[in-house]
Write a protein that binds this ligand. Structure first.
Ligand code: NAD
Length: 256
């Protein structure tokens, strides 16, 4: 379905980004993987993806906390038809104790990077009259939790940026939408489990069920394949008139 389309997925050497890249490759898109590292294994990921799915794939190192790097990623890729803004980090602390450098980094990577990549990608999309911008927001783009001020602010921000991009591109064959996952078991979430276990004093499984998935009524993690599949759907003709909106993949979290 996506043969001949080039997709850039930021922050895609692990977790949801890699899962999205795999689903796009399965649908026939050429894929540009990215993270801030430049290791052999990063480039090997792209080579494996190309070999497994018969598509073109490259890995381009670029630091999404740096606006010039974000724009250079799109330029080095030669532009894109599908832009998935996925790179993200998390830090958990009360507002008074929240380290300023963490606040700045979260806002830069989780929000400002998307502004820069969208700005760099749009001229080519407009020329070709087709484009798909998919921002990986979060249930925290629609609702808040304590101790995640920067993350919640950035994710609410990216939902606003999504709506604005959609309006600026309306009727031009370019859509912009945000996917709002609940908890997906990836390194980002995995890294939060030991902290949560310390707080509860309970074992891993109980902590996952009672704390991590407390707000996820399905009591099941979403999967990277489901987020990837939703991205592919947003790139399909069925989604031509879906723009400026959010799609939750959260086991009912935001229905509560
Ligand atoms: P992850 O830690 O597995 O992946 C994050 C990716 O971003 C990695 O590839 C990492 O290398 C990359 N990254 C981090 N800093 C970067 C930088 N400065 N420049 C370039 N790349 C950078 O985490 P994940 O869970 O897969 O998260 C991916 C996205 O999904 C994030 O935006 C996150 O907020 C969002 N999300 C995750 C969940 C979840 O439960 N895992 C839920 C909702 C939303």
């Amino acid at each position: 379905m996506l043969q001949g389309k080039r997709a850039i997925v930021t922050g895609s050497n692990s977790g949801i980004g890699l899962g999205v890249a795999v689903e796009l490759a399965k649908a026939g898109a050429d894929v540009v993987l990215n993270s801030f590292t430049d290791r052999d294994e990063d480039h090997a990921l792209a080579a494996n993806l190309a070999a497994s799915h018969g598509i073109k794939a490259r890995y381009i190192a670029a630091d999404m906390s740096n606006g010039a790097d974000c724009r250079a990623l799109v330029e080095k890729a030669g532009g894109c038809d599908i832009l998935v803004n996925n790179a993200g980090i998390q830090h958990v602390a009360g507002i008074e104790e929240f380290p300023v450098e963490k606040w700045d980094a979260i806002l830069a990577i989780n929000l400002s990077s998307a502004f820069h990549t969208i700005a760099a990608a749009l001229p080519g999309m407009r020329e070709r009259g087709w484009g798909r911008i998919v921002n990986i927001a979060s249930a925290h783009g629609l609702t808040a939790s304590p101790y995640k001020s920067a993350y919640v602010a950035a994710k609410h921000g990216i939902v606003g940026l999504t709506k604005t991009a959609a309006l600026e591109c309306a009727g031009q064959g370019i859509t912009a939408n945000a996917i709002c996952p609940g908890y997906v078991l990836t390194p980002l979430v995995e890294a939060q489990i030991p902290d949560q276990m310390k707080k509860t004093g309970k074992d891993r499984e109980t902590t996952i069920r009672e704390v991590m998935l407390d707000r996820q009524p399905s009591k099941q993690f979403a999967t990277v394949e489901q987020v990837g599949g939703t991205t592919v759907f947003l790139c399909s003709p069925a989604a031509d008139q879906i723009t400026g909106t959010t799609i939750s993949v959260d086991g009912g979290w935001t229905a509560l």
